[in-house]
Design a protein around this ligand. Structure first.
Ligand code: FES
Ligand code: FES
Length: 177
């Protein structure tokens, strides 16, 4: 049976970069498409649209997520931070500063996702959340030191087809310091 537009759309409010935004969306609209196509926040990129590249990474209530894998209506009432929302006015976030200082990009397409992922990574390590390569003797423990191996493992969901990985790792090490 065909559904009417009102049956397959809902009005939801998302808190995006600190501001409540109400949108009427088809239930099938992903968070990524809501940000890019309905809010003109095109900093967040669409790479694979299948949860495999990390280009669409944003923060949902402070945790990193792939925007292409979430329906926007499922994020109603939650707080979304995109790469645009990391700045404080004209002042870049320390991770953004470090990416610039370390020249951690080439074409830049993956960069917003890399930066959002790195921001979340710093918090995860500070909370002591282990990764696959965290030495067992550190468990349970305090903050996890961000060695290059830790950073590579924790950033493994963010693909860079330009191969800027060495400088990305260096930038995250610098931001962690
Ligand atoms: S666009 Fe979402 S993971 Fe690739
Ligand atoms: S800088 Fe080009 S894809 Fe990463």
């Amino acid at each position: 049976m065909d559904q009417t537009l009102s049956e397959r759309a809902s009005t939801v409010t998302l808190r995006v970069n600190g501001t409540d935004r109400s949108l009427t969306l088809d239930h099938r609209t992903t968070l990524l498409d809501a940000l890019r196509d309905h809010l003109d926040l095109t900093g967040t990129k669409k790479g694979c649209d299948h949860g495999q590249c990390g280009a669409c990474t944003v923060l949902l209530d402070g945790r990193r997520v792939n925007g292409c894998l979430l329906f926007a209506v499922a994020c109603a009432g939650r707080s979304v931070t995109t790469v645009e929302g990391l700045t404080d006015g004209e002042v870049l976030h320390p991770v953004q500063e470090a990416f610039v200082a370390r020249d951690a990009l080439q074409c830049g397409y993956c960069t917003p996702g890399q930066i959002c992922s790195a921001v979340a990574l710093l918090d995860e390590a500070a909370r002591g959340e282990p990764s696959h390569v965290t030495p067992p003797e550190r468990l349970p423990g305090g903050p996890v030191p961000l060695t290059p191996d830790e950073i590579r493992e924790r950033m493994s969901g963010n693909i860079c087809r330009c191969g800027a990985y060495p400088n990305i790792v260096a930038a995250i090490e610098e931001a962690a310091r």
